[in-house]
Design a protein around this ligand. Structure first.
Ligand SMILES: [Zn+2]
Length: 141
């Protein structure tokens, strides 16, 4: 659930950034529309124009704020991601299961490359020419 948290934080940063930008634009548009409505009344033309410009500023600052704010969160996610990568490289084993599978493969590879032996019809393991039964699964050869 919490594996690869660095990637999750980066995705969260992107989502929050998009939500912030959308909210800023909606708020700015709302203020601008109110300003436009005020233009219909001659007495309110001045404040209406002010509201329209205010709306533009609200939208611009909101978008900028959401964008810059996501930098911090995204950077944090990037940092965790990098540290996890470094950790995996230094330790050499990401998961014990993967390492086990890898070493098992490394063990069987030289035997199969030997040639000349008997290949088990049951499990495919290579056995020496002399053996009557598979060393791995016991199948008669
Ligand atoms: Zn076998």
């Amino acid at each position: 659930m919490f594996s690869n948290i660095g990637n999750k934080i980066r995705v969260l940063a992107k989502v929050l950034c998009i939500i912030g930008i959308v909210l800023a634009i909606i708020t700015g548009l709302g203020v601008m529309i109110s300003g436009c409505m005020m233009l219909g009344n001659r007495r309110l033309v001045g404040p209406g124009i002010g509201m329209i410009f205010g709306g533009i500023i609200v939208a611009a600052l909101g978008v900028l704020g959401a964008w810059i704010g996501s930098f911090v969160l995204y950077g944090y996610g990037q940092l965790i991601h990098s540290v996890q990568n470094m950790e995996a490289k230094i330790c050499g084993n990401e998961t014990p299961g993967y390492d086990g599978g890898n070493s098992a493969f490394a063990y069987t590879a030289p035997i199969t490359s030997n040639g000349g032996g008997k290949t088990c019809p049951n499990c495919g393991a290579s056995n020496s020419e002399m053996s009557h039964y598979c060393e791995k699964c016991g199948q008669a050869l």
